[in-house]
Design a protein around this ligand. Structure first.
Ligand code: NAD
Ligand code: TDX
Length: 332
């Protein structure tokens, strides 16, 4: 099988490519990524030397390039997106263009090229804030941030191609991923690397917001299952077992890095900050046999160790593209 993966130089996409190549020794991957600030070929390391992996620098919004990229492809797994909620609060244009327009351009190019299936990777944020209970795949979508709204719109654009043309699109909606190679603007890598540098940890509001954490490889295995066994037109929630308040995660990071609680800084809350996400993922567990293997509480010490061992990787980012954004973020 020849797979086209978009966003393969990003956090989750790069893990997916390494994971997939190691499990499917005869398959090939074409990795389409525009290398935005979040794209980093350094995330792929040994996969770049693998002759079954071909990198194509291209933008999913560019229809002719997507049409070319689809030649000989059997299936698409679509990760490419603008992904940081705080950036979407500063400016939403790129989110709307890449996540909405880009997704439609891509899925349409796949359909017209006769690609057999398409997995669109979405997020639990489409359901909006869920103070209690759980959201099944049938739950109303009610996104809060421009990021979440653009992902919701991208789900609709992908699904309308299924409804209109019967094109086999499947959608996954996963919770917050953790693991190596996550761009350090996001909560976990920001807090871990700041703690290692003895810098303040900027906790939004009172730190009472709750997130469900899932290991990036558990997410990749779920996406792989949907690709192999998912039903055309269906949506699959994916979630980890642990729900944590941000303040509890921050305190655990301080403990694991042997730092002082004085590093905790309560800063102005994120606008429209969702309190909690809680997708009900019984459909993928019961229907496709997916299981979480790497729970957050057990894996967090190993993640902190990875950031200790891979300082060169995150120092380079923090000294480069990240710096300008961080200044802007805290000027508000
Ligand atoms: P990321 O920001 O680390 O990587 C995104 C990648 O997409 C980058 O390599 C970037 O260069 C590429 N890209 C962006 N715009 C592009 C464009 N116009 N054309 C081609 N490539 C482009 O993101 P991530 O955290 O790995 O997330 C991957 C996907 O998973 C996204 O669709 C995101 O919405 C979804 N998701 C993420 C999480 C999470 O916790 N990180 C949770 C659920 C769902
Ligand atoms: O500096 C911070 N301080 C803080 O308190 C940052 C960056 C975040 N937070 C809080 C906000 C959230 O409650 O931590 C929580 C997690 O924040 P993010 O890492 O920005 O993730 P979140 O907003 O939950 O969205 C993530 O999960 C769903 C990903 O970024 C999305 O791409 C994914 O779809």
């Amino acid at each position: 099988m020849k797979l086209l993966v978009t966003g393969g130089a990003g956090f989750i996409g790069s893990h997916f490519i390494r994971h997939y190549l190691s499990r499917h020794k005869k398959d090939q991957i074409v990795n389409v990524d525009a290398l935005t600030y979040a794209g980093n070929l350094g995330n792929l390391h040994e996969a770049r030397k693998n002759s079954r992996h071909r990198f194509v620098k291209a933008d999913i919004r560019h229809a002719p390039a997507m049409t070319r990229a689809m030649r000989g492809i059997d299936a698409v797994v679509h990760f490419a997106a603008e992904t940081h909620v705080d950036r979407s609060l500063l400016s939403a244009d790129e989110f709307i263009q890449t996540n909405v327009q880009g997704t439609f351009t891509l899925v349409n190019a796949a359909r017209l090229a006769g690609v057999k299936k398409f997995v669109h990777v979405s997020t639990d944020e489409v359901y909006g804030s869920i103070p209690s209970g759980r959201t099944s795949e049938k739950h109303l979508v009610d996104p809060s941030s421009p990021y979440a709204a653009s992902k919701t719109a991208s789900d609709h654009m992908a699904r309308c191609v299924y409804h209109t043309y019967g094109y086999p699109v499947m959608i996954t909606r996963c919770t917050n991923n953790f693991g190596p190679y996550q761009y350090p603007e996001k909560f976990l890598p920001l807090f871990i690397t700041n703690a290692l540098e003895n810098k303040p940890l900027p906790l939004y509001g009172k730190g009472g917001n709750v997130r469900n954490w899932i290991h990036v490889l558990d997410h990749c295995e779920a996406v792989e299952l949907v690709l192999k066994k998912g039903r055309a037109g269906d949506i699959y929630n994916i979630a980890g077992s642990g729900e944590w308040r941000n303040i509890d995660v921050a305190q655990k990071i301080i403990q694991l890095t042997n730092r002082s609680l004085n590093l905790l800084h309560f800063v102005k809350d994120r606008a429209g900050h969702d309190l909690r996400y809680a997708p009900d993922d019984r459909k993928i567990r019961r229907g496709l046999g997916w299981k979480e293997k790497r729970p957050f509480a057990k894996e967090l010490p190993g993640l902190v160790q990875w950031y200790k061992d891979n300082e060169a990787w995150w120092q380079k980012i923090k000294a480069g593209s990240f710096k300008k954004y961080y200044k802007k973020q805290y000027k508000r």
